[in-house]
Design a protein around this ligand. Structure first.
Ligand code: ADP
Ligand code: MG
Length: 358
C-alpha cells in the first residue's frame, strides 16, 4: 500500500473565490486524516481534487511514488463515500455493492467473495436482497461505505458521510467507521465540519479555514496546543474562553485581577488569554492565580453545569468567564472565586492570532 501526498495544491474558480490555497500534506497508509473546518472552507474541493473530480489550478498529487495529478478518476484506484450515499435505487444492496466490481469485469466468484466479506464486516448479510428504499439511513450509509470497501482501493475518501444521520445513529456509525478503517492498510481522508468526528476518528487532523491549513497535528495536540485563535475557537465544546486583555508590566489585567504573563521577549499592549471551561475550577487555598465574580447564567449540560461568571471589575465593562462546574450545587447568583491554572492557559498574539509559546 502507498502513502498519499498533496504538494502545494491550489484551486481557483475565479479571481474572487479561491477555495483551496497551497495545501501540502502527507497521509501514510496507516493514517486517518481528517480535513476539519467550517462550511465553505475548501474541504470538499480538496477531496474532489484528490479523487480527480476537480482539476487543481496548481500543485501535485502523489499516490505511492506515482504522480496522479492528471489521471482520470477511474484510473486512480481510490474509493469515495459521499454524504448523499449515491446508491442506485433500483438495485438491491448486493447489486449496489457489486456494481463497481462488475464494471471492472471482476470474475463472478471474486465479486461474490468480496461482497460476502464486506457485508459480514458491516453487518449487511440480512439486507443483501433489499433495495435502498427499504433501508434505514444508517443501513444506507453502511452500504455506501461497503461500496467503497469492496473496491479494495489504494486510498479511501469520505465527504461528510454521517451528516444525514440523526445524532444517536451518527455516534454508532462513527464507531463502526473507526473500527472498519483501522483494519484497512490504506490512507483515509475524511471531510467533516464536526469536531467530535475529527477528534474521535483521526490519527491526524488538518484544520482548514478560508482554504488554508491552520494546523496539522494529531487530535490531542490540536486540542491541547491550538496553533492560533481560529483553531482554539473552532475546536472544543463548550468553546474556549478567549479574552482580549490589556497588559501591564508582567501581567494581563482581567477585571480587578492580574494574571502572570508567559515569558515573552516584549510585553505587548494587549494579549489574548484562552482557557477551556473545563479547566476553570473553584479555587482552593493553594491556588495562586484566582479571580472573583458573580454567576449570571447556569446551563445544565447533564454531566456538568456550564456557569457564566461576570468578573469583578472597576471598569464599566466586566469580562465574563465560563466554567464547567459540578451539578451538585446551586450556582445561581453565587459569588465565586475561580482558579485559572497557569498550565491550562493559552496565550495568543492579538494581531496575528498565533499562539505565543514561552
Ligand atoms: P466545504 O466542503 O469546506 O464546505 P467547498 O470546498 O465545497 O467547501 O467550497 C469552498 C468554496 O469554493 C466555497 O466558497 C464554494 O462556494 C466555492 N466553490 C465550490 N465549488 C465551486 C465551483 N464549481 N465554482 C465556483 N465556486 C465554487
Ligand atoms: Mg463540503
Amino acid at each position: 500500500m502507498a502513502k498519499l501526498e498533496l504538494k502545494n495544491l491550489n484551486k481557483t474558480y475565479n479571481p474572487k473565490v479561491i477555495p483551496v490555497k497551497d495545501i501540502s500534506l502527507t497521509v501514510d497508509d496507516n493514517e486517518f486524516l481528517t480535513l476539519l473546518g467550517p462550511s465553505g472552507c475548501g474541504k470538499s474541493t480538496t477531496l474532489r481534487m484528490i479523487a480527480g473530480l476537480e482539476e487543481p489550478t496548481e500543485g501535485r498529487i502523489l499516490l505511492g511514488s506515482e504522480d496522479i495529478t492528471s489521471k482520470r478518476p477511474g484510473d486512480r484506484n481510490m474509493a469515495m463515500v459521499f454524504q448523499s450515499y449515491a446508491l442506485y435505487p433500483h438495485m438491491t444492496v448486493f447489486e449496489n455493492l457489486a456494481s463497481g466490481l462488475k464494471l471492472k469485469k471482476t470474475p463472478r466468484s471474486e465479486i461474490q467473495q468480496r461482497v460476502t466479506e464486506v457485508s459480514q464486516l458491516l453487518g449487511l448479510e440480512e439486507l443483501l436482497q433489499r433495495k435502498p428504499g427499504q433501508l434505514s439511513g444508517g443501513q444506507r450509509q453502511r452500504v455506501a461505505v461497503g461500496r467503497a470497501l469492496v473496491r479494495r482501493a489504494q486510498a479511501y475518501l469520505l465527504d461528510e458521510p454521517l451528516s444525514n444521520l440523526d445524532a444517536l445513529l451518527r455516534e454508532r456509525v462513527r464507531a463502526d467507521i473507526k473500527q472498519i478503517f483501522s483494519t484497512q492498510k490504506a490512507p483515509v481522508v475524511y471531510v467533516t465540519h464536526d469536531q467530535t468526528e475529527a477528534m474521535t476518528l483521526s490519527t491526524k487532523v488538518a484544520v482548514l479555514n478560508n482554504g488554508y491549513v491552520q494546523q496539522l497535528d494529531p487530535p490531542e495536540r490540536i486540542y491541547n496546543h491550538p496553533a492560533n485563535l481560529f483553531v482554539a475557537g473552532f475546536v472544543g465544546s463548550p468553546q474556549m474562553n478567549l479574552l482580549t486583555l490589556p497588559c501591564q508590566e508582567r501581567y494581563a489585567i482581567l477585571g480587578n485581577f492580574r494574571i502572570n504573563l508567559p515569558n515573552i521577549p516584549t510585553v505587548p499592549p494587549q494579549i489574548v488569554l484562552g482557557i477551556r471551561p473545563e479547566n476553570v475550577r473553584i479555587a482552593r487555598s493553594e491556588d495562586t492565580q484566582t479571580i472573583q465574580g458573580r454567576v449570571y447564567l447556569v446551563e445544565n449540560l447533564g454531566m456538568h453545569n456550564l456557569v457564566s461568571v461576570r468578573i469583578a471589575s472597576s471598569q464599566t465593562e466586566s469580562p465574563t468567564v465560563r466554567a464547567l462546574l459540578p451539578t451538585d450545587q446551586n450556582w445561581s447568583d453565587a459569588e465565586i472565586t475561580l482558579a485559572l491554572p497557569p498550565q491550562n492557559i493559552h496565550w495568543f498574539d492579538v494581531q496575528s492570532g498565533d499562539a505565543l509559546r514561552s
